[in-house]
Design a protein around this ligand. Structure first.
Ligand SMILES: C[S@@+](CC[C@H](N)C(=O)[O-])C[C@H]1O[C@@H](n2cnc3c(N)ncnc32)[C@H](O)[C@@H]1O
Length: 226
């Protein structure tokens, strides 16, 4: 069996840095990952089919582009973003306003591990994109998701996977610098902090999330509850 390197955690909130404000981060992400955000929104709609007027919670929205794309496609949804970084919330609020969605999206500063103030059984769908590898304690976040989801609630959590095969590693190392420029170092550190399908399945088994599934693609993994 292939030996997989241990995780190198990235840990916690992403905040303004001396070399880059979160406004700059947001613009780079929009330019480089614009199509990925659209793909994420399309996948949420196709794979978990949110019911009309669903109440959706996004964990770690960062600059907000993923949730914004979802609301542009499905304006009937109500979206709340739970984000650990005040700097990201400032940027996401501004982005939502510029897209004409200021009334449809509300952001709250909190971590997924605690979800302070979020009532039990209050959401129809929980989504997240590329935030899982930052969570200090994914088990606690999954338990919170279970708590705040309504009966028959849905989950769509998408992230990198650490156990890339040779083709995946070639993409990061050869196409990465061409496609992502100086951001490739963040891509690589995100992959090193990411989980494998087996690691996630072990956590889900421990906390009895029987109807949650983990699916993998070449570069990514997705946790689904339909
Ligand atoms: C790599 S960014 C991804 C942002 C966005 N989802 C995207 O796809 O562009 C990860 C985000 O998760 C946030 N975050 C990290 N740990 C968190 C936690 N435990 N609870 C909530 N947000 C968290 C970070 O502050 C950051 O905004």
């Amino acid at each position: 069996m292939k030996k997989i390197k241990p995780r190198i955690p990235e840990g916690g909130a992403i905040e303004d840095q001396p070399e880059m404000t979160m406004e700059q981060y947001s613009e780079i992400m929009k330019k480089q990952l614009g199509k990925e955000y659209i793909r994420f929104a399309k996948n949420v709609i196709e794979k978990v089919s949110p019911n009309p007027h669903s109440k959706v919670l996004e964990i770690g929205p960062g600059p907000g582009w993923a949730g914004i794309q979802l609301l542009l496609k499905r304006p009937d949804l109500e979206l709340n973003g739970l984000e650990a970084s005040a700097d990201m919330i400032r940027v996401a609020q501004n982005n939502a306003k510029k897209e004409g969605l200021a009334d449809g999206i509300k952001y709250t500063k909190a971590v997924g591990e605690e979800m302070k103030g979020v009532p039990d059984n209050s959401y129809d769908l929980v989504i997240s994109r590329d935030s899982l590898h930052h969570w200090i304690n994914p088990e606690k976040v999954f338990l919170q998701i279970k708590r705040v989801l309504k009966e028959n609630g849905k989950v769509y959590i998408h992230d990198h996977r650490r156990d890339l095969n040779l083709f995946g590693r070639l993409i990061v190392n050869i196409i990465g610098p061409l496609a992502a420029g100086k951001m490739v170092k963040y891509w690589k550190s995100s992959i090193a902090a990411a989980y494998t399908k087996e690691e996630i399945e072990e956590i889900l088994k421990k906390i009895d999330c029987k109807d949650w599934n983990v699916q993998t693609e070449l570069m990514d993994l997705t946790i689904l509850k339909k």
